[in-house]
Write a new protein. Structure first.
Length: 198
């Protein structure tokens, strides 16, 4: 996908009807050290309320938004904070691995097994008709679920520390994705979803 990516940054396609999905166990250019601890400690996390079907709900996780543009979803407008030095470095690693350019990142902090992300599509107009969303995870492994919007098809992936998942093409048009709560206790997880806001 990217002629200038390092040889060991090889994205593996995952078969997905009506979409494009790619996986990389760990981008080569990730910085050394405890990235999870740095993300948790250096990020101005917020608990936000969103509107779904006319009702307001507190999101079951903490979030932050960094980058170059505001972002709107579910009745919530996120004003960007500048990229931190760590996020600039992580963005560079993701861009080299994927061959894509990203100007913003949504950070999600799952404190334990009780935090989650409901099924949704990243299909806001400012992302464009076929957005590329690069998801980079640190910390405890969680199950990432994709469900087709019209067909009885489901795909589940375990995403662990350092794993990179790229959703592209018509994935957001045809699939929803999310992270469910789990009964099994688990430690914290931070997920970075890099995107390009038009």
């Amino acid at each position: 996908m990217d002629l200038f990516a390092p040889a060991d940054d090889v994205l593996t396609p995952i078969p997905l009807d009506d979409g494009e999905l790619y996986f990389l166990a760990r981008p080569a250019a990730l910085p050394e050290g405890d990235i999870l601890a740095r993300l948790i400690g250096e990020t101005a996390w917020r608990a936000e309320t969103i509107t779904l079907w006319g009702r307001r709900y507190l999101q079951p996780r903490l979030i932050a938004w960094q980058g170059e543009a505001a972002y709107r979803y579910s009745g919530l407008t996120l004003t960007p904070q500048p990229f931190s030095p760590l996020l600039r470095e992580l963005r560079g690693a993701v861009q080299r691995a994927t061959g894509r350019r990203f100007n913003s990142v949504l950070l999600n902090c799952y404190r334990d097994q009780r935090d989650s992300m409901g099924m949704h599509s990243d299909d806001e107009p400012e992302l464009g008709p076929e957005p590329a969303i690069a998801s980079l995870s640190f910390g405890a492994a969680r199950t990432f679920t994709l469900k087709h919007k019209r067909l009885p098809k489901t795909l589940k992936l375990q995403l662990g520390d350092g794993n990179l998942l790229l959703m592209a093409g018509k994935t957001q048009q045809n699939w929803r994705h999310g992270i469910a709560k789990t009964r099994r206790p688990c430690g914290p997880r931070v997920n970075l979803t890099f995107r390009n806001i038009a």
